[in-house]
Design a protein around this ligand. Sequence first.
Ligand code: UD1
Ligand code: UDP
Length: 382
Amino acid sequence: MSRKLKVINVVGARPNFMKIAPLWREQKKYSNDFESILLHTGQHYDYQMSQRIFGDLDLPKPDIYLNVGSGSHAEQTAKVMIPFEKCLKELEPDLVLVVGDVNSTLACAVVASKMHIPVAHVEAGLRSFDRTMPEEINRLLTDQLADYLFVTENSAITNLIHEGRPIGRIFFSGNVMIDSLVRSINKSDDAILDKFKLNPDEYALVTLHRPSNVDDPETLKGIINALIRISESVKVIFPVHPRTRKNFKAFYLDDLINSTAANLIVCDPVGYLDFIALERDAKMVLTDSGGIQEECCYMKIPCLTLRYNTERPVTIDCGSNKLTGSNPENIVQHAMGIINNPPTELHTPDKWDGRAAVRIIEEIRWLFEMAPKSKRPLSVKV
Ligand code: UD1
Ligand code: UDP
């Protein structure tokens, strides 16, 4: 390729930032080959959900900010699609790079694909097989449209092949979320533990934001009651996602949360470096997040996933993750199990080594003829 490859790197919501950061850095290493544009849809916009995380990841200010904000699924997806189409008309990129499974991921993949612009999907092929999850719809459709599918674990390869995606377009690259973790883990200190008066290995860390857990009053109340019971045995810290915070208020649960003893600490979302410090030193993590299941797996921290399925089965196979569902009794029982008898046989998944972005950019350079044809990167071939 004689001119630079123009790549639009799409981000929208919190977990996208950790995934794009290493890919962005790797493109910058080859500045003769890439013209990289960072586009933020604005799906997440609070300082703590966006700007703060950009700072922690050393990501620059986005080149393009679409400012779409919140809305129903159709509204939000459409609000991304319309200005994104205009950007693509104006910029005529050679590649659109999307990550993960949020509405911004799908919206940008649809628009690019209809304009015949190649799409690369990083974190392709994960499946919960639960179509009530909006993310499952986003994953299925993005993977049907994407030209290049970079996967984090073997289950994703099987899923994509079952769905008829050609094997030659699937690349087992490893996990870019773990690249960010590996780079950042030593940069994060324990100041956040001091701030909340926490001792390493003596507290549980909680996050919740799945609609199935937080959009139904009875389910959310049941989970809070389970956390209150757990906090009688071990301190609990709970940085609250804005969706969940909104529902505490809507379902009149603020009093229940605030009435508890000091052992249940509820706070706003924390920065990325602070969050991984809290994760690293936790006795256990209780979550319904996708990325946090993976981070716990890499750091070998016991993780209880408050869901009935996971699209990341390797985290269960490697020993750190267990599914509890949202039944309060079950959650408490599993948490007590970890307090009394923490798991010991924990492993790290294949290629979760901090070098996934290196492999992905190496492969993209080869695919777009920026690297010698004779040297196809073997590392990412299935
Ligand atoms: C989104 C993703 C989800 C991902 C999560 C990561 C979709 C369908 N969902 O869920 O896959 O796991 O991000 O955190 O894309 N809000 C704010 N401030 C913000 C952002 C959101 O107040 O900066 C509130 C708004 O009331 C909004 C609600 O949170 O309506 C939900 O936000 P939205 O982006 O629609 O979905 P998430 O639940 O954040
Ligand atoms: N995270 C963070 N601050 C918090 C909670 C989470 O920086 O208060 C980070 C966490 O370390 C992980 C990512 O956010 O890297 C996960 O994002 P989230 O749970 O919002 O989305 P999901 O992975 O479920 O799509």
